[in-house]
Design a protein around this ligand. Structure first.
Ligand SMILES: NC(=O)c1ccc[n+]([C@@H]2O[C@H](COP(=O)([O-])OP(=O)(O)OC[C@H]3O[C@@H](n4cnc5c(N)ncnc54)[C@H](OP(=O)(O)O)[C@@H]3O)[C@@H](O)[C@H]2O)c1
Length: 294
């Protein structure tokens, strides 16, 4: 089976590109310069060249705050791009695995969100991703949309790297404690996507919408504290003190949902995929970011 992966240089795209080779799955990932999902001609030429069995879309406009003022660009990638991919897959009869976000929900539900819960994005990024999810579901039956949250990985920019950088520069950090979610390692998303591909390959796929996030659930403050505690345990004591603050003390252009805990039992029931423990993915990043200083 051949996979064509978009956004080879994104966190998830890169994690997929660096997965150990599986003799039955060949992964070809292309950067934006070679496959622009907003450009149907670029898309068609990549598909003709690679001739994939499954298309995996890891590309997105992910700048949550910038999207508030750059709305057309966010929709161009997250809605029109997703629509282009679904149409291309339908035309040649292949399936699409697409990644979406917890920010499609309003965050007012205290209990975990299931795939059947009503959406209600609070910001342009979430609304544009939701529009993409809907476009795919309307065009292509053979799709899997994986809604995930708080993604971090070795490659690219993310909260873990930002904390480690700021922790080296400052004595104190004030971190939001009233937004809750599940940090998810890009590496684990990549492994899950390969498991889904194996199911597609053996014709055991159950199409549709799924939630996938790491556990345990935490706040950004809890996430930051875990990062610094783990760094200290590994011998990198950054000596920074972390203080919890409410969201109102850190205004941003985009409003974020308060609680987007994802119920991932549908993925477990249909594909036997467990929620990974995100804490186990911290060491590699801490080592990469702090390894030169003890
Ligand atoms: N990051 C998170 O915390 C988070 C949370 C929940 C869900 N997600 C979802 O998870 C998926 C992967 O996110 P990520 O964290 O890996 O994102 P990322 O690191 O920001 O990577 C996004 C990638 O998409 C590429 N891209 C943007 N526009 C494109 C286009 N028109 N054609 C092709 N490629 C394009 C970007 O390329 P350039 O850099 O060249 O622009 C970049 O490589 C996305 O669907 C995102 O919505 C992410």
């Amino acid at each position: 089976m051949k996979l064509l992966v978009t956004a080879a240089q994104g966190q998830v795209g890169h994690a997929l590109t660096t997965q150990k080779k599986d003799s039955t799955i060949e992964i070809i990932s292309l950067p934006r310069q070679q496959l622009d999902i907003t450009d149907p001609i670029s898309l068609q030429s990549a598909i003709e060249q690679v001739k994939p069995d499954v298309l995996v879309n890891a590309a997105a406009y992910t700048a949550v705050d910038k999207a508030e003022s750059d709305t057309a660009a966010a929709y161009r990638v997250n809605e029109t791009g997703a629509e282009n991919l679904a149409r291309a897959c339908k035309q040649i009869g292949i399936s699409l695995i697409h990644i979406s976000t917890d920010y499609v929900y309003s965050g007012e539900k205290v209990q975990p969100y299931t795939e059947d819960d009503a959406t209600g994005p609070l910001n342009v990024y979430g609304a544009s991703k939701l529009a993409g999810d809907r476009a795919i579901a309307a065009i292509l039956e053979e799709h899997i949309i994986l809604r995930t949250s708080w993604v971090f990985g070795l490659h690219g920019n993310n909260f873990v790297k930002t904390m480690l950088r700021l922790g080296k520069e400052r004595d104190e950090l004030r971190i939001i404690d009233d937004q809750r979610g599940g940090p998810t390692a890009a590496e684990d998303i990549a492994i899950t996507i390969l498991t889904l591909c194996q199911a597609i390959q053996s014709r055991k796929a159950a199409w549709g919408l799924y939630h996938y996030s790491g556990q345990p659930t935490t706040s950004w403050f809890g996430f930051a504290t875990a990062i610094f505690n783990r760094a200290k345990a590994m011998g990198f004591d950054l000596g920074v003190s972390v203080k919890p603050i409410p969201s109102t003390d850190y205004p941003t252009p985009a409003t974020r949902p308060k609680s987007t805990i994802l119920d991932c039992s549908k993925l477990k029931n249909r594909y036997n995929i467990d929620q990974p423990d995100w804490r186990e993915r911290l060491d590699a990043i801490i080592l990469a970011e702090c390894g030169g200083q003890k």
